[in-house]
Design a protein around this ligand. Structure first.
Ligand SMILES: [Zn+2]
Length: 428
């Protein structure tokens, strides 16, 4: 039998161990820390025979073969550089854009994490995968699980439903639970946690799942494969920050290879006002996340243009989390309000001819401001992560079938004793 192509390592105690396909935390008792995958192969070598993002399979955990995976697309646009006022802005585009061969069907960079998470689950395992999502992750998992017959339960706040439309009907092995009323993503996490503890169900794990992060990290691999070097700056809007942590971990592997530059990019992360807990925490330069009042948080969330960026429990403080990756890269957190995001969204669409999600517009808005006021060197290599690209365009090209929730619960039902059992009943 082949030896596995990676092992897991704890970033707190440095212990290494074999992956069983499910482990999310170090078995030792200590402060929380993210596990990372250490790959045997230290050289960056894409496999051109593999489908979509699996061309980076040497740096992805798991071995299960799946069909239907797409990939990011990286390009440089002179027009966009003129608009920003810099010379070396590159876009890593995640979404649907046939003219650029971009074909993430769901269409955000969360599409990338679903494939690697499923690939890590051992073959013939039949328990139900449980996850919570603010929208894009739900769409990604619903489609990937449906195409590959993997039983899956997805909990989303109701606001996410309009973005759950698919070119093909979703297989009944995927069940969606919608939370109505005064609920948000954090409520979805609470309910998903409860169901995942029932026999026959297991948690996907979110940011703790190395497969999720290394899937998201393929955006960085794709960019560096195309550009030929590691960028100096990486701009991305964040809710939890999982994508930014992932980009940094991928960049660290590329830096270790040595052929693409020696430093991971400075992370310039962005949040959408008025809900900006990571910005507030980072500006106080403390490892602790600021306290977020639940009711205030929910109210602020409902005022955001980019509601997918609304995570009240981001992995900020844990070892290897957002605080650490910002510190390691001398990074920063910026903000954009709804007005700035809307302006940036229109500007991107006019310049590039493709629509983008509000979250990407937040990142683009902060790039515009940083280029103008914050003294980014004119020729610095800048990578802008665009996610949720071409959502509107996809709807013009294809008829999408909306997903139907199997059950709905309001804010009072989330903590009821019988609620998890009612959900489990859907699979029995
Ligand atoms: Zn440990």
């Amino acid at each position: 039998m082949d030896l596995p192509h990676y092992e897991l390592r704890c970033q707190r105690c440095d212990e290494t161990f074999e992956d069983d396909g499910f482990i999310l935390e170090c078995p030792k008792q200590h402060e929380p820390a993210l596990l990372v995958a250490d790959y045997k192969d230290k050289r960056f070598e894409p496999d051109s025979s593999a489908e979509g993002m699996f061309r980076y399979g040497r740096w992805l955990p798991g071995t299960r073969l799946l069909s239907g995976a797409g990939s990011s697309v990286t390009y440089k646009s002179e027009k966009l550089n003129r608009v920003v006022g810099l010379l070396n802005v590159w876009v890593v585009f995640n979404g649907y854009w046939p003219e650029r061969d971009a074909a993430l069907e769901t269409p955000s960079f969360k599409d990338l994490e679903a494939w690697t998470v499923l690939s890590r689950i051992p073959e013939r395992h039949q328990e139900v995968l449980v996850l919570a999502s603010a929208g894009n992750t739900a769409a990604a998992f619903a489609r990937a699980c449906s195409l590959n017959g993997v039983p899956c339960l997805i909990v989303v706040p109701e606001a996410a439903l309009p973005n759950l439309g698919f070119p093909d009907a979703i297989d009944p092995c995927v069940k969606i639970i919608s939370l109505t009323g005064f609920t948000d993503y954090s409520d979805a996490i609470t309910l998903a946690d409860r169901v995942s503890q029932i026999d026959g169900f297991f948690p996907e794990g979110g940011v703790k799942n190395v497969a999720r992060r290394d899937g998201l990290g393929t955006t960085m691999l794709n960019a560096v494969e195309e550009i030929g070097e590691i960028p100096h700056y990486y701009f991305q809007a964040i809710g939890s920050g999982a994508g930014a942590i992932a980009a940094h971990e991928a960049a660290r592997r590329l830096a270790n290879d040595g052929r693409f530059g020696e430093e991971p990019p400075r992370l310039v992360l962005s949040q959408n006002l008025p809900f900006v807990p990571i910005y507030m925490s980072w500006k106080s330069r403390r490892r602790e996340l600021v306290k977020i009042d639940e009711a205030d948080g929910k109210k602020q969330t409902q005022q955001m243009a980019a509601q997918v960026l609304s995570n009240r429990r981001p992995p900020y403080s844990c070892k290897g989390g957002v605080f650490d990756v910002l510190t390691e890269t001398r990074g920063d957190v910026l903000t954009a309000d709804n007005f700035e995001a809307l302006h940036a969204k229109r500007l991107f669409e006019e310049t590039e001819g493709i629509d983008i999600d509000p979250a990407s517009a937040v990142a683009f808005a902060t790039l515009l401001k940083a280029a103008r006021y914050d003294g980014i060197e004119k020729d610095a290599m800048v990578l802008l992560n665009i996610t949720g690209g071409g959502r509107h365009r996809q709807r013009l090209d294809k008829e999408l079938i909306p997903a139907q929730p199997a059950l709905e619960f309001d804010e009072n039902e989330i903590l009821l004793e019988e609620t998890p059992e009612r959900i489990a009943g859907l699979f029995r």
